[in-house]
Design a protein around this ligand. Structure first.
Ligand SMILES: [Zn+2]
Length: 109
């Protein structure tokens, strides 16, 4: 991968990392807000539990994404970015653009 493309991917990954971190702290704030005893009815409580589960799922998804982004940034540092971790082939540029933190080519994903 060319230096300039690598730099571009790095910038995109850093932006994505920032936005995931922002989202994670927003989700955290959502949870904190709900600690207050607001709702009384059982229906409300059920709704809140459901919301919490949705937030947990979003959080988990974000943490996984964050992990992938961090790993991709490490691969850039190690000179392994853009290479499939399974078959060692070069990952297609279009795929890198679509999913900058991917570590697998289209055949291995
Ligand atoms: Zn592969």
């Amino acid at each position: 991968m060319k230096g300039i493309e690598l730099q571009k991917s790095k910038t995109i990954l850093e932006m994505q990392r920032k936005s995931v971190l922002n989202q994670l702290s927003a989700l955290k704030n959502d949870k904190v807000r709900k600690m207050r005893p607001l709702s009384r009815g059982l229906d409300d409580q059920a709704q809140e539990i459901e919301n919490d589960q949705v937030i947990d799922q979003l959080e988990l998804k974000d943490y996984k994404k964050l992990e992938s982004i961090e790993a991709a940034l490490t691969r850039i540092k190690n000179g392994k970015y853009g290479i499939c971790s399974t078959c060692n082939n070069t990952i297609a540029k279009a795929r890198i653009i679509a999913i900058p933190y991917t570590d697998k080519c289209i055949d291995c994903c």
